[in-house]
Every structure is written in C-alpha cells, then in structure tokens.
Design a protein. Structure first.
Ligand code: TEU
Length: 547
C-alpha cells in the first residue's frame, strides 16, 4: 500500500484523489457568529486527514453579500471578513499541507456580485462606457426597449436580464445580483489570469471552475435565441451561451499559468448540462485536466441506470487524456441517501416543495442505498468528490420553513422550488451543544434534533456508522491501482445485480434489489452493510478480492 506522502508527491495526484468539498460557511465556526470560517476549517484538518481524503476543495470564501451563498463575489482576491483574513487562508493552506492534504479553491469567472466595484462603476458610467463593457449590457427589445434583449433564461428561474434605471438591460445567467462578465473584453481575461496566479502564489494546489462552459458567449448582434431554455439537452457547440468552441481558448491560456508552477496546478471544470464526450474536452491535458461528470449524481437508484452512466463516462473520457471524476453529492443537490429514498415518480424538487411532508421511503432505505452507492463509487477508477457531511450519512434537511430559506432559487422560481439550503445546514460535530459543536453559538441555518445521532461524536467510535465505513473505504482505496482506468464488467444473470472487476484483482458487487442474493466468490474486503451468513443483503455493495 503506498504511503500517503508518495501519493502526495505525485504531480498527477489529482487523477485518483478523493477530494472533500468544504462549504466553508457550514463546516465549522470558530468565533460564534453562526457562520463557519477558515479558522474553523483549520481546526478540523486533523479530522479530514484521519478520514483519509487527499484534498479539500473550498467553496467560495471571498467577500460576498451572499445573494447566492458566496457565488456572488465582490473581491476575487480577498477573504470575507466574516470568514477570516488572507493570513488565515495562508495558515490554513500551510497546515493542510502539513497534514498531506491538497487545497483546491473555487474560481467563479462567469459573474461577479452586483456589489462588486466594477458593477457599481458600470452603473455610474452609463451606456457605451468602458466600465459597462466589463459586463453584458444591451438595449431592450420591443417598443421603448421594455422587453429583455433576448430570450435567455436564468438558471434560477425567470429571464436572464434585468433593466437598470437608464433603460439598458444587463445579462445574469444566475440571480439578478450576479451580473455576467463580458469575456470578449481582454481586461477580464487578464484579470482572471492574474487572479489564478495570485492564489497559485499562495500555494493552492488547484482550482474548481464554476460554470466553466459559459464564459465564451456569442454576443454578436442581433443576439441569438437560446434553443434549450431548460438546459436539459446535450450541447453540440451551437448554443449561443454554453460550450462554445471559443471557451477552450480561455482554458488553454489558463493551462499555461498552471504549468508555470512545479508541480503544475490542477483544475476541474463544472458544467451542469448532460455529460457527453464533448464535456470531456474540458479535461484535455492542454486545458483543465478534469471535468465534473455529474451523470452518476443525476442517475436514479437502479442497476441499469448506474451501469449505463458508468459505461458512458468510461467511454466518453476515452482518448481525451484527462481525468475521470465521480460525484454523488454537492452543495447544489439534495443529499444522495435522501434522493435514493424517494418513491418512484417523486422528484427531489417535488419532495422539497412539499417541505418534506410527502412520504419518503424509510430512513433505513436511505441509509442502505446511500452507503451502497458510495462504496460503488469509491471503487471506480479515477477521482471521487465527496461533499461535507456525506461521510456522516447525513440526510437532506427537508423541513426548513419558508422564512428560513436563503437560496435565491426560492424567490426566483416564484416560490415554487425550495432550492439548495437543505444540504447546506451546518455540520454536527457533537451530540449536544448550541449548534451540535458547529461553533460556540448558534448556526446560520437551523439544525434538526436528529443531527445529534449523525454527529461526528456519535459516529466516531461506532463500527456500524457511516463515518467508520468512509474511513475504511478510503484507507482501502489507497491500495487500488493508481492509474488503472479500466473496469471489467462481469456477467450476471440477475438484472438487479451489478458486478465489475478492477485490474488489481478487486471485484465489486452491488445488489440493487431489496432482497438478499448469494454471496459472490472471493475474500470480502469491505461491505456497505452487515453480511448475513452466505447472503449478500439487499441494497448492499461488497468489495471482494480473488482468493
Ligand atoms: O452551479 C452552476 C449550476 O449550473 C447550478 O445552478 C445548477 O444548475 C444547480 O445548482 C443545480 O441544482 C454553480 C455553483 O455550484 C452554484 O452553487 C452557484 O449557484 C452557481 O454556479 C452560480 O455561481
């Protein structure tokens, strides 16, 4: 089994890394203001090292009015004073490295906050000014320009345009507090190259690129119509807003920056559209190296659904030379054990909109399926991204009341979609205390009473806990062949059983059925649930090795 420092010294560490996503405002609060902070993250690095992850990815910690949970930034090169200082960031990175943890930060290049000095200047300077040219301002359509300039839709609901008092409109693909930057403007391109260098010089190891496929827009006149307003279609390069060929030039210029460091910095692109072989172009070694593959995260629990997306991802990434990624949970989606416990036909959105009152399958189902999916994912080749709290088996907090919601999705959807707060509730560290050990006082989103049983304190020494399973799995995973990208599908006559082998001799069996199946051949290395004699229980994943 390789020593952790050997893994860390490998410049291609990210290809097989397990990355732990920290949503800083909800991770650990050191000063009692109810908001997690960098000192809080620093105080828990020992926990993360013991968990066995290779890297942490910090969601935005930059100054922000929090119209979109920190993805609305007023200064890309500073720390939100509520979360700490730049010195705190430097100390955190240094200490993470001492724990052999890499540090990845979020870069949000598509938009700024509407409180960013540039946007204030743009409003003050008026139409036609160089200040406005940093953003996408246009005159409106229709009589008096009272209609939006194009039919572009915001991800959070409603049109992607907002009118300003002098009559012009600006584009925002997300909340109206997040005006889109104009990437045709060389000043913006240079600013982000310099921003990457700023953080790289502070020793960060990599970057997660927010909405990576949207920077290069077709802004030629007249503005084109957006063919897929729901953004559910695979992209083919013809969309005016997403995945245009020109966006790749931007990442080639970023790669030059990354490769000017030794070891080179890593990067991972985020693009939410359906994953295709085009998606993997972002992962070319000449560009970002990795791209999130969300197809597993979007798949419903079931043998065929899971096998299809794994097969397709393995194929789609072939020949690109980039890394492969897997992810089940993030700060943008309901936690995966809860998703897998929804009755057939009930979407996560419909469930959340009922404020969690619609019946879900029992918590035992959520737990079994969540653990089985995780163990399957962690045995796949490539890199895996975990979201904070999933190692505790946390469920979605589905009963937040309307006045507690902070996600802009709630208002922009006309109060029809509850949004993403239910997976952003601050973590429980202890069984009791004002915020279950999150901090010395309360938490910015209320934590339910059942968090006590999911706290680190409750789970740390429990051999059956989710935390124990994640620790064991991550330790064992280090023994998997480092850069073997192969999966051998093994035949099974059972439509509810998935069986694959890895080239190091490991075999992985997932029983999707609720009923037990015969235990496969081989020595058991790890199981996502207790084994029952010679049976593999329902909704359980098993790792075995050939005898
Ligand atoms: O998300 C991009 C994105 O496309 C999401 O809006 C996605 O469609 C949605 O969250 C699925 O539920 C990134 C960030 O991850 C997200 O938190 C930000 O809100 C968004 O960019 C804007 O910066």
């Amino acid at each position: 089994m390789p020593e952790p420092h050997i893994v860390a010294a490998d410049p291609a560490w990210w290809r097989t890394a397990v990355v732990y996503q920290v949503y800083p405002r909800s991770f650990a609060d050191s000063d009692g203001d109810g908001i997690g902070d960098l000192a809080g993250v620093r105080s828990r690095l020992g926990y993360l090292a013991d968990l066995g992850v290779d890297a942490i990815w910090l969601s935005p910690f930059y100054p922000s009015p929090l119209a979109d949970g920190g993805y609305d930034i007023t200064d890309h090169r500073a720390v939100d004073p509520r979360l700490g200082t730049l010195d705190d960031f430097v100390a955190l990175t240094k200490e993470a490295h001492a724990h052999r943890l890499k540090v990845i930060i979020d870069v949000v290049p598509n938009h700024t906050s509407d409180q960013h000095p540039w946007f204030r200047e743009a409003l003050a300077a008026g139409p036609g000014s160089p200040e406005r040219d940093r953003y996408i301002f246009r005159v409106g359509a229709g009589p008096d320009g009272a209609e939006p300039p194009a039919d572009w839709a915001s991800h959070f609901g409603g049109p992607a345009w907002e009118r300003v008092p002098d009559g012009q409109w600006y584009c925002h693909l997300f909340a109206r507090e997040q005006p889109d930057l104009n990437w045709d403007n060389p000043e913006i391109r240079q600013y982000f190259l310099d921003t990457l260098r700023f953080w790289a010089d502070l020793d960060v190891d990599g970057f997660r690129v927010d909405v990576a496929h949207s920077l290069a827009k077709d802004l030629s006149s007249p503005l084109r119509s957006q063919p897929d307003l729901d953004r559910n279609l695979p992209l083919d390069g013809s969309d005016p807003l997403y995945d245009r060929e020109e966006v790749h030039e931007i990442y080639r210029s970023w790669r030059a920056v990354f490769d000017s460091y030794d070891p080179p910095k890593m990067a991972v692109a985020e693009t939410w559209h359906p994953t295709t072989s085009r998606t993997y172009l972002y992962a070319r070694p000449s560009e970002l190296g990795q791209v999130f593959d969300f197809s597993l995260l979007k798949a419903e629990w079931g043998r065929d659904a899971f096998q299809d997306v794994i097969r397709r991802s393995l194929e789609d990434h072939q020949g690109v030379g980039g890394g492969l990624t897997w992810v089940l949970s993030s700060h943008d989606v309901p936690r995966h054990p809860s998703r897998y416990a929804l009755p057939a036909g009930v979407t996560p959105d419909a469930w959340l909109s009922s404020h969690g009152t619609r019946p879900v399958l029992d918590p035992g189902t959520a737990r079994r399926r969540g653990r089985a999916a995780t163990l399957m994912m962690l045995a796949l080749p490539g890199s895996a991204y975990l979201y904070q709290g999933e190692e505790l088996g946390l469920l979605e907090v589905a009963d937040l009341t309307e006045d507690q919601l902070r996600d802009p999705v709630w208002e922009r959807s006309g109060r029809t979609l509850k949004g993403r707060d239910g997976c952003r509730v601050p973590l429980p560290w202890t069984r009791s205390g004002p915020s279950f050990g999150f901090g010395p006082a309360g938490a910015w989103l209320p934590q339910p009473a059942w968090f006590a049983d999911y706290s680190v304190e409750s789970e740390a020494d429990d051999p059956e806990s989710s935390l124990t399973l994640y620790r064991q799995a991550l330790m064992l995973r280090r023994a998997l062949n480092a850069d073997d990208t192969g999966v051998d599908w093994l035949d099974t006559d059972d439509p509810q059983v998935l069986h694959f082998g890895r080239r190091n001799g490991w075999q992985v069996v997932v029983n999707f059925s609720a009923d037990p199946r015969p235990l496969p051949e081989g020595r058991v290395i790890l199981s996502s649930g207790p084994l029952d004699g010679h049976l593999l229980p329902g909704e359980t994943t098993l790792w075995t090795v050939r005898r």
